[in-house]
Design a protein around this ligand. Structure first.
Ligand code: GLN
Length: 456
């Protein structure tokens, strides 16, 4: 813990930690030490972690990297962080992210972006650590903590892991309780670990999962021993390669990485087969209707009364002005865009044309996966991202759709509620890490992590 706290002090330029909690960390470390001395050895005893700012942590600023939650210190602990601390984990502080987890580069954060510790060979251009869990990825990659929590609504664990050479898993929807995690799009959001190795992800995920009566979508299934599943033996497994993921404009080096991944799995004894997920091309548009729709509803609660920031009012201002001024000041432009898109697609005149249509597409996307798994496929291999980490500012163009295209390989998994893992699988020609994604059957995270382990 002391070594990590020291490393964090020396790595301010990464802007990974937005609130540091050294006193809490030292107290928790001492308590962990006492438990060890008392003969107890919980799984994460004394392990220093960073916590994404989207998780409510009792008495500690939890702002979802938004000004509208300025000064908000929850009275309660999220179930996931509570589980980690019960297993002896230590909190070093809160990690940077895109505001309300909306973004793919960490550039929508009210704290300014986190920075990727990686650089292109011979080029000092600062790069994005990805988003929305960019601070988590940057902190793990730079050894500021041994692991971090992330959340993934459309790729926010897997894409930053791919950009920083780290491992992360989004479990099956319902595995982790969403209670106490600031909601973005409730039917898509899941928490998961971000770590250096597959084994660390297995151990950390184990602790994060639980049935929680406070989240009606969390499942009451036994949590298997994910670490025990890591045998490295994938002989006889069937790995599907979806033809629709060979998309136009994907760089040759991403295709090569994918081919190498296929070869590695085949060499380890898996059977690699071509599969089809015919509705893939509709996933991004469906996601960018459903996620903003749910966000517009979830974010209605930030009204200047219940949480955080309230605008200074002028004489004569009434409650309407209070709402308007507070929300105009408190939300950044990407969040405002999502609220407007979401409100539009849910409005009486357009609900059927957009929101209902997107829901139907979502069902078809899920059915594509169901059919592939029913045919005997155990896991699906795809690239995690269409490129390596890009330069900060490079994608922040006038057209937000450019940024949305980054999520092309990851959003299908959230729409279908499936587990997906991103594992580092090589470097591009400029020496930057690249990641492969494995998508698994629902509730079979152990098996999925074992396949990732064979790739590691
Ligand atoms: N980049 C996607 C978005 O902006 C996904 C974000 C996430 O998974 N939280 O919505």
């Amino acid at each position: 813990t002391e070594a990590c706290l020291g490393a964090i002090e020396g790595a301010g330029a990464l802007n990974a930690f937005v609130h540091k909690t050294p006193e809490i960390a030292m107290q928790q470390a001492e308590a962990a030490d006492a438990r060890l001395k008392g003969g107890e050895a919980p799984a994460l005893c004394g392990i220093p972690l960073g916590i994404k700012d989207l998780f409510c942590t009792k008495g500690v600023a939890s702002q979802a990297a938004s000004n509208i939650l300025g000064g908000f210190k929850p009275e309660y602990e999220s179930t996931v962080t509570g589980n980690l601390f019960a297993d002896g984990a230590v909190m070093l502080g809160k990690l940077n992210m895109d505001e309300f987890a909306m973004g793919s580069s960490n550039e929508t954060s009210a704290y300014g972006n986190a920075v990727n510790p990686w650089r292109r060979e011979g080029d000092e251009t600062p790069l994005t650590p990805g988003g929305s869990s960019g601070g988590s990825a940057s902190a793990v990659a730079a050894d500021l903590c041994l692991g971090a929590t992330g959340t993934d609504t459309g790729g926010s664990i897997r894409q930053p892991c791919a950009f920083t050479g780290t491992v992360g898993i989004k479990p099956t929807y319902g595995r982790c309780s969403r209670w106490g995690i600031v909601a973005f799009a409730s039917s898509l959001d899941q928490a998961g670990p971000m770590t250096k190795t597959v084994r660390d992800s297995a151990i950390m995920l184990q602790s994060m999962c639980s049935h929680d009566p406070k989240d009606s979508t969390s499942v009451d299934f036994p949590v298997p021993d994910f670490e025990a599943a890591l045998t490295g033996d994938i002989r006889g497994k069937t790995i599907g390669i979806p033809r629709e993921y060979h998309m136009e404009g994907i760089p040759a080096e991403i295709e090569q990485l994918w081919t190498r991944g296929k070869e590695m799995l085949a060499d380890a004894g898996a059977k690699v087969v071509d599969i089809s997920l015919p509705h893939t091309k509709y996933a991004l548009p469906a996601y960018y209707v459903i996620a903003p729709a749910e966000a517009s509803s979830n974010l209605a609660r930030y009204d200047g009364v219940r949480y955080g920031h309230r605008a200074t009012l002028a004489a004569g201002d009434g409650i309407t002005e209070m709402y308007e001024k507070t929300r105009a000041e408190g939300f950044g432009s990407e969040v405002q865009r999502r609220i407007m898109v979401g409100t539009y697609v849910l409005s009486a005149g357009f609900y059927d044309a957009y929101y209902n249509r997107a829901r139907k597409v979502r069902a078809l996307i899920k059915r594509d996966f169901d059919e592939v798994f029913a045919s005997g496929v155990d896991a699906i291999l795809t690239p995690a991202t269409p490129s390596a980490a890009f330069g900060l500012g490079e994608m922040k163009s006038a057209d937000p759709v450019q940024m949305y295209l980054n999520d092309v390989f990851t959003v299908t998994v959230n729409l279908a509620g499936l587990p997906g893992v991103s594992v580092p699988a090589g470097v591009d020609k400029q020496g930057l890490p690249l990641g492969l994604q494995l998508i698994g059957r629902p509730w079979e995270e152990g098996d999925l992590l074992n396949t990732a382990y064979a790739l590691e």
